[in-house]
Structures are given as C-alpha cells and as structure tokens.
Design a protein around this ligand. Structure first.
Ligand code: MLC
Ligand code: AMP
Length: 501
C-alpha cells in the first residue's frame, strides 16, 4: 500500500481536512478516495500510469481526487484553476491524459474541448461530496518507484515542461520536511497556495496529511479571510510565498490598533511560519517578525526537488539566507564546467537524493541536459556559503522570472506578444519588486501600422486569452529598437536598466 495511505490509516479518527465549513476525518478521506478510485478504474484493475488531470477546488474534493488517482495506479496532473484554455490544453495534451476530473464550475471552460478530443471527463457533483459508508474495494498494489505526479514548470524553453516524480520521490520530499520541521498530529495548517505547484501540494498538504494533522483550506487567497482564521486561534502552522507575507503585512497595517493587538496575540502562539518559493526580502522578514513575533523560517526548493535547503527549526534563522541541506539531500556548488567548487566562491547549486525527480515528461533531451554526468541535478540557481549558511545570489538564466512565487519563462511571454499584430519584436524581463519579487515588464517594438496607436489595455485583454494573469507584463516601454550586442542578441540586462532608470 502507498505510504501516504498507510500513514492515513494510523490516524483514522483524526480530523484531516477542513473545507467548505465542514470537517472530514482521515477515515472519510480514505473511504471517499477509494470510491473515487473505483470510479476512475471503471472496471479495470490498474490505470497503469495513465495520466489523470484534475481541475478541482482546494479542499476535501482536491485531496480525495489526488489520492484516488494514486490508489487507482494513475499519474496525477493538477491543472491551474485560473489558466485560460490554451494553457490548460498545453498541459492536457503534453501529458497525454486519458481522464480529466473537474469541479462542476470548470465544465464551462474545458467541457466542450474534452468532448471534442474524446477525453473522458468526470464531473464531481454534490453526491460525491457526501461521505459514503466504508466499502471493501479491490485496488491495485502500487510499487513506490512508479510515477505519481506531473507538475508543469517553466524553464528556459518557451512552454512549461512536465516534472515527473515517483511515489518514492514524494515520500522523500515529505519525510525530510516532517523530520526537519517537526510536523506532528497536533498541527493545524492553513493552505492558501495554488495546488498545481510543489509548495502547496508537498509542503502543505503532503506534510500535514502524512503527520495526522489538520489541513484547512480557503478557496483562494484573501488577506482578510486568512486573518479571520488566525483570529480563531486554532491554526498553528502557516506557509506562504514572500508576496503573500507582503500582502498580509499591508492588510494588517490597515487594521485598527485593537484588532492588530488581538491578532498579534494569536500569531505568537503559532508553532511555525515558513516562507519560500522566492527570495524573502529582509524588510518583509523584519516587518512580519514585528507583527507576528515569528522569525520566518526561509527555505529553498524547486519543483524538480521538493525542498532542498532550509533554515533550522531549532537554531538561528538568518535573514537573507536559506540555511543548510535538509536530511537526505546532498548539495554541492559547481562552476560553469560542473566541477565542485572547493573554496568559498559562488557556484551553481546541484542536488542529489531520493527527493530528486525522475524525468521531464516525454522529454529525454531536457532530462539528460539537466543532470551532470555524475547524476547531479543542475538547478540553475547560484549560491554561496557564508558563515555556514547558504545564500542564494540569483539564477544563471535571465529568462526565468519569479513573480508572486510563480516561475515564469520570459520566452513564453515573448512568443505570445510577438504573435500579436501590433508587435514586431519584444524583450521581456523581471525587475526587482518588494511586493512581487520580480515584476514582469516588456520592451516592445511596434509594427509600422501600430506606431502611435499602442493601447496597453488592448494588449492585456488579448494576452488574457492565452496566458495566465500572473504572466502578463505590468509595464511596457515602446522602443524603436531593442538594445543588442555585437552578435545581434538582445541584452536583457540593458532592457532591465531601461525600466529602473
Ligand atoms: C497578480 N497580479 C499581479 C501578479 N499576479 N501583478 C503583478 N505581478 C504579478 N505576479 C495582480 C492581478 O492582475 C490583479 O490586479 C491583482 O494582482 C490580484 O490578482 P489575483 O490573481 O487575484 O492575485 P492574488 O490572488 O492576490 O495573487 C497573489 C498571490 C499569488 C501571491 C496570492 O500570486 C500566489 O498564490 N502565488 C503563489 C504561487 C506559488 O505557489 N508558487 C510556488 C511554486 S513552487 P488587478 O489590477 O487586475 O486587480 C516553488 C518551489 C518552492 O516555487 O520552493 O516552493
Ligand atoms: P519552481 O520552478 O516554481 O519550483 O521554482 C523554483 C525556483 O524558485 C528555484 O529554482 C529558485 O530560483 C526559487 N526559489 C525557491 N525558494 C527560494 C528562496 N528561498 N530564495 C530564493 N529563490 C528561491
């Protein structure tokens, strides 16, 4: 039996999930996910690593669906709830899914497309939400080296790639965090993150449900709802990206003094507050410490790895540093020739361990290129060790942008922009932003016919049809030509300077 299911069996009577104003026990989750697995199997014995995509709201239905796919022998492919159809199509088609499970409200977005493509669609309805009696079902035995999950991540290629992790990888990713951060069954975490990325799926849902803890969900990010829940005094663990802490601080500062004092009183009682997915500005860390009494625990991770480096749970958490390798994760810094750096110089972080993903889906070339000959995974992140702690200095590619904790390919946005009639050429970059980490901006050269008639809102509306809102440039600069070097290549660092000067 899968380890996550064995774990759940230890805590059958504990509350596992709070969502939609209801509580669900681990027993409820086991029963409902087994029933859903039978529905997926539809009379067959094993999905045998068929890909099953799902577009399901955060909460009981989400976890039930994920666990049902795993128990039926499928590979889970979570879809982003806010992506427009072309982005969803890319994931569905690239991962070659045979089934898509959706919450009812998403039928309007994907229903016609799935019918046209003859892809089986399962719509979760009210009946599914009801908890059935325990049933005796025959489910396949799943070897832990089988594929479990494909998460799509942007890279230096224009379209996102599928990152395949096995059940073994996921177990390693979860168990190292459970050990390092002392997760236990008394914990009560709030999940506010999107659930098609490793931060929400592994760190929040994976770790809490592995430990017999409660995972509470809200439908989408809302500072007010989060503080209302903090105020109830039942939560004790919180994890978010730096942008969320920034937004919470801004909201907190708008509250009456009395309300602030009440909240401070509740927040100080939390066991753990974590930040990651992007660099935590020291200013945000300090402000959060002032209002919550917590020194945020900053850690470093990646879709291909889960988490790799973490500040200590017990011990000094240093602002601007990500700490040290997690248990079971091997880290080296390497130079451009992929030789280990022996002095205190900066180098690219490379990683080995059971946490490291299996492969990029259906992309052996990208998989081979991302590992050194000795099997180290090349992260593309540059770090240095100072006084025994790792500090992230940046990325080796200027074409990867982190905004709001999302990894975004500048090349993907450029391709979409160039496809618009008005735009002849463009260069997309990320510029520093305390709120977003990086803000996406675009220098553009207009087609002759469009010169003098540039309309930012029109561009934004057109982009919304094909890319997610968080990928849209937030500022444009119309230029006669883009800054290029002697080889004719656009110099992105020069483009960045144009936006900050
Ligand atoms: C949204 N907006 C942005 C933006 N995203 N503006 C600038 N830059 C961005 N990146 C704008 C919208 O256009 C809108 O503006 C307003 O903000 C609200 O939009 P929204 O979509 O409702 O945003 P919101 O819900 O507030 O989203 C902010 C957020 C979200 C921080 C909650 O970005 C988020 O959930 N980020 C987490 C991503 C994540 O989980 N990453 C982990 C990847 S795994 P207007 O004007 O139209 O109202 C990983 C590995 C690891 O990285 O280490 O963990
Ligand atoms: P993703 O591909 O979305 O999983 O994003 C992974 C990337 O996020 C890493 O390669 C880093 O560039 C970045 N990242 C994650 N955590 C941190 C952190 N604490 N500090 C700086 N960058 C981070």
């Amino acid at each position: 039996m899968l380890q996550i299911i064995l774990q759940a069996n230890k805590f059958k009577n504990n509350i596992a999930i709070e969502s939609d104003n209801q509580q669900y026990s681990y027993q409820n989750l086991l029963d409902a996910s087994q029933l859903a697995a039978m529905r997926l199997l539809n009379g067959t014995f094993d999905l045998n690593e068929q890909r099953v995509a799902y577009m399901v709201n955060p909460g009981f239905d989400y976890v039930k669906t994920l666990w049902s796919i795993w128990q039926a022998g499928g590979v889970a492919v979570p879809l982003c709830l806010t992506h427009p159809l072309p982005s969803l199509q890319h994931v569905i088609e690239d991962s070659m899914v045979s089934i898509v499970v959706i919450s009812k409200e998403y039928e309007i977005i994907v229903g016609a497309y799935l019918t046209e493509k003859n892809i089986r669609m399962i719509i979760l309805d009210d009946q599914d939400a009801q908890i059935s009696e325990a049933i005796s079902v025959h489910l396949p035995n799943i070897a832990s080296d089988r594929m479990a999950l494909i998460l799509y991540t942007s890279g230096t290629t224009n379209k996102p790639k599928g990152v395949v992790t096995t059940h073994n990888n996921i177990q390693a990713q979860i168990s190292t965090l459970v050990t390092a951060w002392e997760w236990n069954e008394k914990d009560h975490v709030l999940c506010v993150l999107p659930l098609h990325h490793v931060h929400g799926v592994i760190n929040v849902i994976g770790c809490s449900l592995w430990s017999g803890a409660i995972c509470a969900f809200i439908p989408q990010f809302s500072a007010q709802v989060i503080f209302d829940l903090f105020n109830q005094g039942r939560l004790n663990v919180f994890m978010a990206v730096p942008t969320i802490y920034f937004k919470l601080i801004t909201y907190f500062e708008s509250l009456e003094k009395e309300v602030q004092l009440g909240l401070e009183d509740k927040m100080i009682k939390f066991r753990l507050m974590v930040s990651g997915s992007a660099a935590l500005p020291v200013s945000v860390m300090e402000k959060w410490e002032k209002i919550s009494g917590h020194t945020l625990l900053e850690r470093y991770g990646m879709t291909e790895l889960g988490m790799a480096i973490s500040n200590p749970y017990n011990g000094a958490r240093k602002a601007g540093y990500v700490g040290n390798p997690l248990p079971g994760v091997e880290i080296q810094l390497m130079n451009e020739q992929y030789e280990v750096i022996v002095d205190d110089q900066p180098g690219e972080i490379v990683v080995k361990g059971n946490n490291v993903f299996k492969e990029y889906w259906n992309n052996p070339k990208a998989t081979i290129e991302t590992f050194t000959q000795d099997g180290w995974f090349k992260t593309g992140d540059i770090a240095v060790i100072e006084n025994g702690y790792y500090r992230i200095l940046g990325r080796s590619s200027v074409d990867i942008i982190k905004s709001g904790g999302y990894k975004i390919s500048a090349l993907e946005i450029e391709e979409v922009l160039r496809a618009l009639d008005q735009i002849e050429d463009c260069a997309v970059v990320g510029i520093d932003s305390e709120e977003w980490g990086e803000l996406i901006v675009a220098a553009i050269v207009l087609n002759k016919e469009a010169v003098g008639a540039f309309d930012e809102n029109e561009i934004s509306t057109l982009l919304a049809q094909s890319i997610a809102s968080y990928k849209k440039p937030r500022k444009y600069l119309v230029m006669n030509e883009l800054p290029r070097n002697a080889m004719g290549k656009v110099v992105k660092n020069e483009v960045k300077k144009l936006f900050v000067s």
